[in-house]
Design a binder for this molecule. Structure first.
Ligand SMILES: Cc1cc2nc3c(=O)[nH]c(=O)nc-3n(C[C@H](O)[C@H](O)[C@H](O)COP(=O)(O)OP(=O)(O)OC[C@H]3O[C@@H](n4cnc5c(N)ncnc54)[C@H](O)[C@@H]3O)c2cc1C
Length: 552
């Protein structure tokens, strides 16, 4: 979207270890590393995990796969890269995505700029040098001009505060911290706690292997079929031929998907027409059920209720036991108020006599015991407990990194009432710090809007360098404006306050909207304004040891 100038190496003689220090080797950090180098900056990346992939490194539980169409999630900056990777399925499984991201890293020779098993524990802004000193738990201590935290929004696994978790004598895993060696489920008594996107992915995949599977559900979710399929050679040929047109759509569409928007409203159609249309939606891939559904389905209660009733009927038709079916149908929120999971054989799984469902609203967990899980109805024994209990969304990783800005300001204090940002990528009092793909980013297909931010950051750093500055920061006015825009728009968002997009799943977390309620169009508009006005929106300055590097 933004043209990058030819590389011209920054060399300010300031004794820095690197120009750009990136934290996190997920899809966002890899792209930032690639673009920083391409634009002539030296750049290094630190990663807490033992390898490349971020989400696709940590979430290696059985059944983990995309809800985004594989080729729409992939990088679009290189046609050659696009052509040479043939995704096996429309929605790839975790191992393939992990392989793909490793392939990208090796193909563009990025691995030598990465350090693994290095969790950043402190990042301190040094005045007046205008640099960051970053400390990691592998002993790394690095000084860099710019710090780009690509630490992810779903990268800090969350465990509910239940007494006795440490007492359990069997084995237990969080889906977001899954071990590399395969877990043996055959013949085991297994509990899955949580029925969000991860819980509903893993349960049907292990159901046939286990001796018994008990699913503990806190809230029922509106699950609809993912409708995965292999990608045929013919489809690959068509995708390659249509690459440019596809890239154009993905780079500009509202949520970064290919699914076309529907202009019709639910009640433009008769009841029979609606039923036929909903059937088409039910059979459509992944997020098409949001993007291509009736235009008012996420915004009009009556339209939403029609779609929910259609799904509820499907659940009652699929699940043999009426009591279980009823438990699986949400009563407290409409479709899209929470991030809806997409499933394969999830409802069907409950017809397997080995599988049972515990509704935690009726029988809450009292404690975890040595042998299993005790609810108000008694204790059940397990060999394996799977915690599919989600993440500290949006701010979790950034607030655990020990970030200290001007005058020692702690990010935790600056964001005590929720994140405050401009464009979802800078915050006042923390010069030269960026956090693409963090809080206040747009919602949808992640790499697309995280990529927008990474491209903008690279453009900004290049502008700063080429105009003889080395400090870029945002003032309080723009931060106030963007944060107020996010807060104002929150009430109009389809997501309700029960959603983790408001931090509601984390006790004590401020209830603030964590996405950019203006979405991608607002981000594009503001970025275009900033660029057209030669970055006057930002405060650009020169550090005391910035050297003499031309105008500014
Ligand atoms: C199970 C699951 C499925 C998903 N499916 C989809 C999907 O289909 N489509 C979609 O668009 N999005 C999906 N997402 C969201 C997903 O997080 C993003 O697509 C994407 O992975 C974000 O990339 P990222 O690089 O910004 O962050 P991440 O992939 O989360 O990577 C961040 C990295 O930063 C590292 N890190 C964090 N803190 C530190 C620190 N202090 N020091 C060093 N390293 C640190 C972490 O270890 C991690 O490796 C899914 C998320 C999950 C959990």
């Amino acid at each position: 979207m933004i043209d990058h100038p030819e590389p011209t190496h920054l060399d300010d003689g300031s004794g820095l270890d690197t120009d750009v220090l990136i934290v996190g080797a997920g899809v966002t950090g890899i792209y930032q590393l690639y673009l920083a180098h391409k634009s002539g900056f030296s750049a290094l990346l630190l990663e807490a995990g033992g390898g490349v992939g971020g989400t696709w490194y940590w979430n290696r539980y059985p059944g983990c796969r995309f809800d985004s169409e594989s080729y729409t999630y992939a990088y679009l900056f290189s046609k050659e890269l696009f052509d040479e990777w043939e995704w096996a399925e429309l929605f790839a499984e975790q191992p393939e995505t992990e392989r793909y991201l490793n392939h990208v890293v090796d193909r563009f020779d990025l691995r030598r700029h990465m350090r693994f098993d290095a969790r950043v524990t402190a990042a301190t802004y040094d005045e007046p040098a205008g640099t960051w000193t970053v400390v990691a738990d592998d002993g790394s201590r690095l000084r860099s001009r710019y710090l780009v935290a690509t630490t992810g929004v779903l990268s800090v696994p969350f465990y509910p505060d239940l007494p006795g978790r440490q007492d359990f004598r069997g084995v237990s895993f969080h889906t977001g911290l899954w071990p590399e060696s395969p877990v043996e489920f055959a013949g085991r008594r297994v509990a899955v706690i949580g029925t969000g996107s991860s819980g509903v992915q893993i349960a049907p995949v292990i159901a046939d292997q286990v001796a018994s599977l008990t699913v503990y559900q806190r809230s029922a979710n509106w699950c609809t079929p993912l409708n995965n399929a292999p990608i045929t050679p013919e489809e690959h040929r068509r995708l390659r031929a249509g690459f440019e047109a596809m890239r154009e759509v993905l780079n500009t569409s509202l949520a970064g998907f290919l699914h076309p928007a529907n202009e019709r409203s639910a009640f433009d159609d008769s009841e029979d027409e609606r039923r036929v249309f909903f059937e088409t939606m039910w059979n459509s891939p992944g997020f098409a059920k949001l993007s291509s559904n009736y235009a008012d389905v996420l915004f009009d209660d009556a339209a939403n209720a029609e779609w929910c009733e259609f799904i509820a009927k499907k659940v009652r038709d699929i699940v043999g036991d009426p009591e279980t079916a009823d438990k699986l149908i949400p009563k407290d929120h409409g479709f899209g108020e929470k991030r809806p999971p997409f499933v394969t054989d999830y409802y069907e799984m409950y017809n397997n006599p080995k599988v049972s469902l515990i509704d935690l609203k009726e029988t809450p967990i009292v404690r975890i015991t040595e042998r299993g899980i005790e609810t108000t109805e008694g204790e059940a024994e397990f060999d394996i407990v799977v915690w599919a209990t989600g993440f500290d969304f949006g701010t979790g990783a950034l607030l655990r990194m020990g970030i200290r800005g001007r005058d020692g300001l702690a990010l935790e204090d600056h964001w005590a009432d929720g994140p405050r940002t401009f464009l979802g990528l800078q915050t006042t009092g923390f010069p030269n710090l960026f956090f693409p793909g963090g809080p206040h980013a747009a919602a949808g297909n992640n790499p697309r809007y995280n990529g927008d931010q990474v491209e903008f950051i690279t453009h900004a750093l290049t502008f700063v360098r080429d105009h003889g500055y080395d400090i870029i920061e945002v003032g309080p006015e723009l931060e106030d404006e963007w944060t107020a825009m996010v807060d104002r728009g929150a009430s109009k968002s389809p997501f309700g306050e029960a959603s983790y997009f408001f931090g509601t799943n984390i006790p004590g977390k401020p209830r603030k909207y964590l996405l950019n309620s203006g979405g991608r169009p607002k981000l594009f508009k503001e970025i275009a304004k900033v660029v057209a006005n030669d970055y006057q929106a930002f405060r650009l300055s020169r550090s005391s040891d910035g050297g003499d590097r031309g105008e500014g």
